[in-house]
Write a protein that binds this ligand. Structure first.
Ligand SMILES: O=c1ccn([C@@H]2O[C@H](COP(=O)(O)O)[C@@H](O)[C@H]2O)c(=O)[nH]1
Length: 248
């Protein structure tokens, strides 16, 4: 089945999650000023969250931003349940855990989030599990992490476990999106970092695709950090990516 899509500018922008990998709120606010008015998602990871804390997230939500809180929880089920409970109260739209934590741990994340929102009438955030980090190559998977088989097999296996646990989708490379959708259904969400516009520096990523290739593979959201945040003109960098997604 062909996944080739035609999107409006607005739809394209809302599928881009800009990774705010900054050391403090001031630095992140600098980027937000530059991107003002572009309806993209924001992804807040460990660096910014540990520096700026929950109040920064709540502030972004009050200003109407859609937030993916990328803290990749991986702990015993009881601790993850508590973590998910606290995160859900922040009002984020998406948060995540590591699928390597197992079925019970992922179920505990759902339980914790549902408990936090019980009786509020609020929708629970999407809960997503990381399959294999997009920096992980075939060699690293087999020789360092010690998982046998191909990256694709490992990713699909974790995606199936994630679905069984009742989560909404996974983080994976865009290279694996078709396999994941075939195994878990088209409605099962894929969030894909490892996005590099043609000619961009790959950095520490390993399993990459361009924005257009990722969209055509069927990804739901693409996470993009340095190609935007390290650009001389971040607004133009993001607008160029959006244009690539809109144009055929
Ligand atoms: O497998 C994963 C999971 C999360 N990430 C995060 O996405 C961004 C990617 O940033 P780039 O600068 O575009 O490489 C970053 O925040 C990672 O923590 C990932 O890359 N891979």
């Amino acid at each position: 089945m062909s996944n080739v899509r035609t999107l409006t500018r607005e739809e394209a922008a809302s599928r881009v999650m800009v990774a705010l990998d900054y050391p403090n709120a001031e630095a992140a606010e600098g980027l937000l000023r530059e991107l003002d008015g572009i309806p993209c998602f924001l992804k807040v990871g460990m660096q910014l969250y540990y520096a700026a804390g929950p109040s920064f997230i709540e502030g972004l939500k009050k200003r109407g931003y859609h937030i993916f809180l990328d803290l990749k929880m991986h702990d015993i089920p009881n601790t993850v349940k508590g973590g998910a409970n606290s995160i859900a109260k922040l009002g984020v739209d998406v948060f995540n855990v590591h699928a390597a934590g197992g079925l019970k741990m992922m179920e505990a994340a759902v339980e914790g989030a549902e408990l936090a929102l019980a009786g509020t009438g609020l929708q629970r955030p999407l809960i997503i599990a990381v399959t294999q980090l997009t920096s992980t190559s075939q060699v690293v998977l087999n020789e360092e992490i010690g998982i046998e088989g191909t990256v694709e097999q490992a990713v699909v296996r974790y995606a199936q476990l994630t679905r069984q646990a009742g989560l909404d989708g996974v983080v994976a490379s865009p290279q694996e999106v078709r396999l994941i959708k075939n195994a878990c259904g088209q409605a099962f969400k894929t969030i894909t970092p490892g996005i590099r516009p043609a000619g961009a520096d790959i950095g520490d990523q390993s399993r990459i695709m361009t924005p257009r290739q990722a969209l055509d593979a069927g990804t739901d959201y693409m996470v993009i950090g340095r190609p935007i945040t390290s650009a001389a003109d971040p607004r133009t960098a993001l607008e160029t990516i959006i244009k690539e997604l809109v144009e055929r």
